[in-house]
Every structure is written in C-alpha cells, then in structure tokens.
Design a protein around this ligand. Structure first.
Ligand SMILES: *Cc1c(COP(=O)(O)O)cnc(C)c1O
Length: 398
C-alpha cells in the first residue's frame, strides 16, 4: 500500500541535500568550533557559513542569528528576553493571540506568574488577527507583541508586515513565531519590522532539534542556558555543527524552490478543499485564500477526530487532528476554540498538510478515503443519529 504523508505541519521528511551536508560535517568536520587549532577552526567556518546562509534567506545579518535546539527554545528565549528588557523599564504588559503555539502560550503563562500582564487577542472566525486590533490593545506599559506568522493548525497567514509597522511606530518589540512560514513564505525581517523571530529546521526538510532565533541588532537576548561563551554568550553549549549545516542546506533548497512549490501545492490544496467540501456538514477552518499553500483543515459534524485518524492510518494516510503537540490529549484544540468552533465540532477536526511530492492522484485518493471514513463513522455514531433525527441541532449548513 502506498503511504500518503499528509502531516507536513508536524514535521517534514529530511531532504537528501540536508542529509548529505550533515554526514559530510560529521565525517570531516568533527572539531569543536571553540578550539583554536585548524580542525576546530574548520568547524567554526562551517558554522559561520551556515549562519550567513540562513541570515541571507531572511534579509538578516549573520550576527543577528543564534542557533537553538528548535522552535520551542527560540520562542521561549524571544519572549523571556523581551520581558526582561521590558521589566527593566517598568513595562510589564505583553500582547499576543489566543491561537499561538504552546511554546508561546505556556511561556506567557509562566511570565504571568512572574508578574507580567498578558492580553491574548481573540481571533476572528477566519483565523486572522488584524493590525488594528493589535494597535487598539497597546498600552504605555506594553513591552512586547507576539503574533505568529502562520498558524500551525489552520494555516492562516497573519498580516505580519502591518503588525510590525504598528509595533515599530509604538516603540514596542515585535516577536513572530515563523516556524510554519520559514522556507515556505517570503520573509524579510527588515521590511516587516520583525525584532525577534523563531524558526525550526524540521518544518522545512531539515533535521529535528535545531532552529534559530533571529534578534534584531540592538535587541539584547537573555540566555536560557548558561555555560560557555558560545553564540556570543547568548546560548551556551558546544554548537551542533552538522545540524546547523543541514538546516542551512535545507533552507536554501526550500527557499530556492519556494514559488514553484507554492504554486504546485496551492493547486492541489484547492482541489482537496473542493473535494472535502462536498462532504455534508463539513467546514473548512480558516480563511480560504490567506492560508499556507499546503494546509487543509476541516471540521466534520458527528465525528470523533481520533477514530478518523486511526481509520485513515489503516488506509495509508498519515494525518493529524490538530497539532502534534495536542494529540494524545482529550481536550479539543485551543486553535479551533479560538476561531469559535463549538466543542463538539472541534473534536471532529482533520488537518491535512501536503508535501511537494504530492500529485493529483494523491488528492483524489485522500478525498475518496476521507469521504468514506466520515460516512462510515457517522453510520455508527449515536451522536450523528441525534443530528439526523433533529434531536440535536446542526452547527454547519449542509
Ligand atoms: C513545530 C512548531 C513549533 C515548535 O518547534 P520545535 O522545533 O518542534 O520545537 C513552534 N511553533 C510552531 C508554529 C510550530 O509549528
């Protein structure tokens, strides 16, 4: 049976280019970048080459990039650094949104316990917050705005450039979790007035456990990990040179093919959305147009998401109900609740995130299998019977 991998928002297959780079570094460049002899300095050169390549993809300077263990660490450090800078000036108010990744939401919760005040903006049904809403929430004591570039569950793209402009005018730091966007959407930190940005390699065909934090020159970072003076004192620990080189290679390749991939995925995505919209009492989550090229997210009435995933897995389709981080928990996704989906509908969610290797046949297979599994599960569901007999009202139009 052919497997269809439809969970590229959870992680992506590692590209051959990245694997080659990593193996080369592990074999040939094993020195410690802090060592002064030649094999140490070769490792240092590899690291700096990777840093320069990554910086170039985002219009940043190499010195504005530090390597981290991934997106979660970068988000944690960005928020904690901005909070520390704010606290020094007596500014302890932070603005973010209700549908951020848990790496942001849980750090904000910790900062609240430490005396910061957090405003979480509501998200509209289309899954987009506006720059006007951010502007309206600003206060004299606001030190940070954190709004994700693109949402990991429903794929909606936020007006980052407009939000950046609002923050810059107000003199407030702007952080964006760009983990879903990096490599897939054009990002220019200067034009977009981004002060802090989190990126993770494994979402663009790089290895897991490595990412970067971009911090605009002049924005002082607070280290989360104390120790040696690596990464200019902002992130201790011997640098993972093979991972950094693999990430840089993957990012370069993804960025080079970005427009071509986006056009291919957008066409397939739209066919998939059209096909799944024919299922009765189903609705697309998030804006129809302003979404990541490969993201399709649906809610189905009368369906329990976990059973849907298991049956799709039996049919060779790897999908997800929301984010990988919340699967295994019985709570419905905070993202779907944030866009106003009622609990019982949020439980019946399905996220399909496409990869460049997909073709039209894959789309047809997924439409056929999802339609079949949804009908099968509804046929066995007492909850669905209540909907069809009118004992319970429908949430969606047919
Ligand atoms: C995957 C993801 C993260 C976490 O990145 P890791 O490298 O897995 O720690 C953070 N934010 C978003 C939006 C993500 O999709």
């Amino acid at each position: 049976m052919k497997r269809i991998y439809a969970d590229n928002a959870a992680t992506t297959p590692v590209s051959e280019t990245a694997i080659r780079e990593m193996v080369r570094c592990m074999r040939e460049v094993y020195g410690n970048p802090s060592s002064l002899y030649e094999i140490g300095q070769q490792a240092k050169e590899e690291l700096e080459k990777a840093r320069a390549q990554i910086a170039a993809c985002f219009g940043a300077q190499p010195r504005e990039i530090i390597f981290t263990s991934g997106g979660s660490e970068a988000d944690n450090q960005a928020l904690r650094s901005a909070a520390a800078l704010g606290a020094r000036k007596g500014k302890k108010h932070i603005i973010s949104t209700a549908f951020e990744h848990h790496a942001v939401l849980h750090t904000l919760r910790a900062l609240q316990r430490e005396g910061f005040e957090v405003t979480l903006l509501d998200v509209h049904e289309n899954g987009i917050v506006t720059a006007e809403e951010v502007a309206a929430a600003l206060r004299p004591d606001t030190c940070l705005v954190s709004v994700m570039f693109a949402n990991n569950e429903i794929g909606t793209i936020q007006p980052v450039e407009e939000i950046g402009a609002v923050c810059r005018r107000a003199g407030v730091l702007f952080h964006t979790d760009a983990v879903q966007a990096a490599g897939h959407l054009a990002i220019d930190v200067g034009r977009m007035n981004i002060d802090l940005m989190a990126v993770s390699a494994h979402k663009f065909h790089g290895p897991k456990g490595v990412g970067i934090l971009y911090a605009r020159r002049g924005v002082a970072l607070t280290p989360l990990i104390e120790g040696g003076a690596q990464e200019r004192g902002k992130r201790a620990g011997t640098e993972n040179v093979p991972a950094a080189a693999g990430m840089a290679a993957a990012l370069r390749e993804t960025c080079e093919k970005r427009e071509e991939t986006a056009a291919h995925l957008t066409a397939l995505r739209d066919r998939l959305i059209e096909g799944l919209s024919r299922i009765p009492y189903a609705q697309l989550n998030g804006d129809r147009e302003r979404r990541l090229p490969g993201n399709v997210s649906f809610c189905f009435e009368g369906i329990e998401g976990e059973s849907l995933l298991l049956l799709l897995d039996d049919r060779g389709i790897c999908a997800s109900s929301g984010s990988a981080c919340t699967s295994g928990s019985l709570d419905p996704s905070h993202v779907l609740l944030a866009i106003g989906r009622p609990h019982e509908v949020a439980h019946g969610s399905l996220r399909l995130t496409l990869g460049a290797e997909w073709d039209g046949d894959d789309v047809e297979t997924v439409i056929r299998e999802v339609s079949g599994v949804v009908a099968y599960l509804r046929g066995m569901s007492p909850f669905w019977r209540d909907l069809t007999t009118g004992k319970r009202p429908h949430v969606f139009e047919k």
